[in-house]
Design a protein around this ligand. Structure first.
Ligand code: ATP
Length: 253
């Protein structure tokens, strides 16, 4: 797949978000895309997916089957998870979604309406629909954001499997989640320009911090769920009647 002099602006008088991007992607490539907020990563991914068209320039030789997991999965549709995945399976010519539901630990979510899903759970549905058709081009926009620890750990192997079948994988990622993969290519968006460089070395494990949070007991389940959804370890220490200074919950990051 090739990008030739690709430029993009959203509206006619807007500045270019992407300027003269040139790149070649080969079967089996896994690419990490970084850049500051607003640098144009999502815009580039949508161009690669064929969801937007370049203002000028061309994207050629796109693999026929594209899986795209957006950063914000559109959860407003009136389906349960099962109904949605079945529908996507039909759209994808009968692709099997069940193994992905299992691998992404979604069993408990299947009867939930999309609109009731937590952010991380909605993200898993987005991943399952992108993966089910064995894409030749898998595009993941911030795939690690909001995922629980197990799914986060599974994602590099999933990317490696897609690449091992000859697929191209490209993921925007602030967290360096794919850094352990051999041969990982690194792209960055800087001032509208697409640059290729070597991936920064794997980040050393982040230092840990533990904080105590005191909150009304009835808010505890929601708070813990939210923290876990964000990928933090969170557990209840004590919900007995306490002085305001006592910790009711602990979060470690
Ligand atoms: N639909 C849109 N219409 C107009 N401008 C847009 C639209 N979507 C994005 N932009 C603008 O394009 C630029 C690039 O946005 P984009 O979402 O691609 O960046 P990003 O690198 O993915 O950011 P983030 O890391 O915050 O997700 C930003 O200036 C943004 O305001």
């Amino acid at each position: 797949m090739r990008l030739t002099n690709v430029s993009f602006r959203y509206r006619r008088r807007d500045p270019l978000v992407i300027e003269d991007a040139d790149a070649h992607l080969a079967p089996g490539d896994v690419i990490e895309l970084t850049g500051v907020n607003g640098a144009g990563k999502s815009t580039l991914l949508r161009l690669l997916a064929g969801l937007s068209r370049p203002t000028t320039g061309t994207i050629s030789e796109r693999p026929p089957v594209v899986g795209f997991a957006p950063d914000r999965f559109p959860a407003s549709q009136p389906f349960t998870v099962t109904a949605y995945l079945r529908h996507m399976s039909r759209v994808r010519g009968g692709a099997r979604w069940e193994p992905w539901a299992e691998r992404l630990t979604m069993g408990h979510l299947l009867a939930t309406p999309l609109g009731d899903l937590s952010k991380g759970s909605a993200h898993k549905v987005g991943l399952a629909q992108a993966l089910m058709a064995e894409p030749g081009l898998l595009i993941l926009d911030e795939p690690f954001a909001g995922l629980d620890a197990d799914t986060r750990q599974a994602l590099p192997s999933i990317a490696a499997e897609v690449a091992g079948r000859g697929g191209i994988v490209i993921a925007s990622d602030h967290q360096g989640g794919l850094r352990g993969l051999p041969g990982l290519r690194h792209w960055s968006m800087v001032d509208g320009r697409l640059k290729e460089g070597s991936a920064a070395p794997a980040a050393s494990p982040p230092s840990q911090a533990t904080v105590a949070v005191t909150l009304p007991a009835e808010e505890l389940p929601r708070f813990l769920a939210r923290m876990r959804e964000e990928g933090f370890q969170a557990r209840e220490l004590d919900t007995a009647a306490q002085t305001p200074a006592d910790p009711a919950a602990e979060e470690s990051a």
